[in-house]
Design a protein around this ligand. Structure first.
Ligand SMILES: [Zn+2]
Ligand SMILES: [Zn+2]
Length: 367
């Protein structure tokens, strides 16, 4: 009988192939046994419609005083996180490919999240992310903080894309030749600017209304301004704050689970180093995972197989994770925060793939 080769003794390319095969196998198994899963267009469209209807429904409940603000913010943040997953799937052409319905869905996922660039532009930088993940040419992940030292600048970068652009665009532009700052600024029109403008009115308007009675006890606010602030505060509860929470949570998770700066640039083997898996053992990430559809746990699976819809990725995660663990993808690597996302042990914040250093956990060890 031939002797069995230990999984971690296989070449990196073989390990990548076996992981990809296992993920595909789980996908096929589920589609065969639960045939409704093959109606992918219908499922995607139903989640899209349900999430949007849910957000409008919660806004109506709030308007008629039938739901407290906190519940509307939490529920809408979760519904918007479904829309984010759908956007990502649409970027990978998983529903109604190249039809007007696909475009309608793209506009919908943007209009109900607001604080992201246009999905049509994001498609471009996201596909680049898959091609160049963890490299200095990757625009998408660097823009949300990957590779930066931990500190106030990185926290701001992770929480707000507008400020991230101001902090990061010039730096990223130096190493990512595909970044066109004008194109990125144009891609924020109109929804992101609407979000940012309204956020400023929300912050400064409310601060003004709260502060003025202390400055001048006889202060009476202008009636039109009070009415404007009522509208701004309503929009903040039903869409602004939910998306601020959703995006902050997603970016904290995403910029923690991707490795950066010393990832093998050859994707056929670099896939093993591009992402870690954050399971429930990373308990401190759970509040954030709640608002990004468990992204830290499942996004690594997506790097291996990009054409699996997000709900199937979650359903089959246990099986996919077992293969990833067996063949050496890292799990719950808490140290990546302190290493500025380096896969290796050296926390460097500049440089290129020549900075590759040995793994602190041993080559390809999971868990
Ligand atoms: Zn990724
Ligand atoms: Zn993707």
């Amino acid at each position: 009988m031939p002797t069995k080769i230990p999984p971690l003794s296989l070449t990196a390319a073989d390990r990548v192939n076996r992981i990809s095969r296992s993920i595909r196998m789980a996908d096929r198994y589920l589609r065969r046994h639960f045939t409704f899963l093959n109606h992918q267009n219908l499922i995607g469209f139903s989640i899209w419609l349900g999430s949007i209807a849910g957000m409008i429904g919660m806004a109506a409940l709030y308007y008629f005083d039938m739901a407290p603000a906190w519940s509307v913010i939490l529920v809408n943040a979760i519904l918007a996180s479904f829309l984010h997953e759908l956007e990502h799937d649409l970027i990978h052409s998983l529903y109604f490919k190249e039809t007007w319905i696909e475009k309608l869905m793209m506009w919908g996922v943007w209009a109900f999240r607001l604080n992201t660039p246009s999905p049509f532009y994001r498609k471009k930088i996201h596909l680049l992310h898959h091609k160049e993940s963890g490299q200095f040419s990757d625009i998408e992940e660097q823009m949300i903080g990957n590779g930066m030292k931990w500190g106030i600048k990185r926290i701001i970068t992770m929480l707000d894309q507008g400020l991230a652009f101001l902090i990061n665009a010039r730096r990223v532009g130096k190493t990512a030749p595909r970044l066109d700052m004008k194109e990125m600024a144009r891609a924020a029109f109109p929804f992101t600017y609407l979000y940012q403008g309204t956020s400023l009115v929300f912050l400064f308007g409310n601060a003004y209304l709260l502060a003025m009675p202390h400055v001048d006890p006889a202060f009476v606010a202008n009636a039109d301004f009070v009415q404007l602030m009522a509208l701004v505060n309503f929009m903040a509860v039903v869409i602004g704050l939910p998306n601020f929470i959703r995006q902050g949570a997603l970016q904290i998770v995403s910029s923690s689970m991707h490795y950066f700066g010393d990832v093998n640039p050859d994707a056929s083997v670099g896939l093993l180093e591009q992402c870690q898996v954050m399971t429930t053992r990373s308990w401190y990430m759970l509040p954030f995972q709640l608002f990004c559809f468990n992204f830290g746990s499942t996004h690594g699976i997506h790097h291996f197989i990009v054409n699996q819809p997000f709900y199937l990725r979650q359903i089959a995660a246990g099986y996919s994770h077992a293969a990833m663990k067996k063949y050496g993808v890292r799990f719950d690597d808490h140290g990546s925060f302190a290493r500025a996302n380096r896969y290796g042990s050296t926390a460097l914040t500049t440089g290129h793939s020549s900075l590759r250093s040995p793994s602190p956990l041993g080559e390809g060890v999971g868990g």
